[in-house]
Design a protein around this ligand. Structure first.
Ligand code: ZN
Length: 204
C-alpha cells in the first residue's frame, strides 16, 4: 500500500487506496473495483487493436485491388467492403482510446456481431461514416454522402456475396458486380483507409 495519492484507474478521482497488495493499480472504491473486474479491453490494449484492425483493413484492400485487376469484380467488391468494416472497427476502438474509456466484453460482442453480415446497419460503421463525411470533401453534406455510399454499399455487399432468389421476379440472382461498381468501392475504401490512418497517426 502506498500513501501517495494516485488517480483511480476507473473514475480518475485521486485515491490513496490500491487495488490489492499484488497490483499497483489504484482503485478508489468497491464500485470502481467491480467495474475494474468486469471483462473488458483495458485502455492500455486499445492501441494494439487499432493497429491490428488497420493492418487487416490494408490486407483486405490489397487483395481487393488484386482481384479487381484480374476482373474478379464481385470478389473484389466484397473484400473492399470487409476492409471498410475493419476501418470502422479501428475507428470505434480509436474513439474509446480518445475518450480514455475501455471496451467492455458485452459492448465488443454487440459491436462485433453485425460486422459479419449487415454492413452499415451497424452503429459503429455509421459513426465512422459520420466522421469521414466531415473530413472527406467529395459530398458536401452528410446526407448526400449517405445517399452516395451507405445505401449503395448496403444493397451491394450481400448481392456480391451470395446466390439469392427473387420471389417477385421469379428468378435467381448471382453476384455480378461490374467493373465500375468495383472501382467505385475500391476508391471509396482507399479514401476511408487513408482518413482513418491519418486520424490514428495524430496520436491523440
Ligand atoms: Zn474510482
Amino acid at each position: 500500500m502506498t500513501s501517495k495519492a494516485n488517480p483511480c484507474y476507473v473514475c480518475r478521482k485521486l485515491t490513496i487506496e490500491t487495488y490489492s497488495k499484488y497490483s499497483k493499480t489504484p482503485i478508489c472504491s468497491q464500485k470502481c473495483r467491480e467495474i475494474y473486474k468486469t471483462p473488458q479491453i483495458y485502455r492500455e490494449y486499445l492501441q494494439e487493436g487499432i493497429e491490428k484492425s488497420i493492418q487487416n483493413a490494408e490486407r483486405l484492400l490489397y487483395d481487393a485491388e488484386k482481384l479487381h485487376e484480374t476482373e474478379r469484380f464481385s470478389s473484389s467488391f466484397l473484400l473492399s467492403c470487409l476492409s471498410l468494416e475493419e476501418c470502422a472497427k479501428a475507428h470505434m476502438i480509436w474513439q474509446r482510446k480518445f475518450y480514455k474509456k475501455p471496451i467492455f466484453e458485452k459492448e465488443w460482442n454487440r459491436a462485433r456481431a453485425p460486422f459479419k453480415s449487415h454492413l452499415f446497419k451497424l452503429e459503429e460503421v455509421q459513426h465512422m461514416l459520420d466522421y469521414i463525411a466531415k473530413v472527406v470533401d467529395d459530398s458536401g453534406s452528410f446526407e448526400r454522402f449517405q445517399k452516395k455510399h451507405a445505401k449503395r454499399l448496403q444493397r451491394s455487399k450481400e448481392a456480391n456475396t451470395y446466390v439469392d432468389y427473387n420471389f417477385l421476379k421469379k428468378e435467381w440472382k448471382t453476384p455480378n458486380c461490374g467493373k465500375s461498381d468495383s472501382e467505385v468501392n475500391l476508391r471509396f475504401s482507399r479514401t476511408v483507409l487513408s482518413v482513418i490512418k491519418k486520424l490514428v497517426a495524430q496520436g491523440l
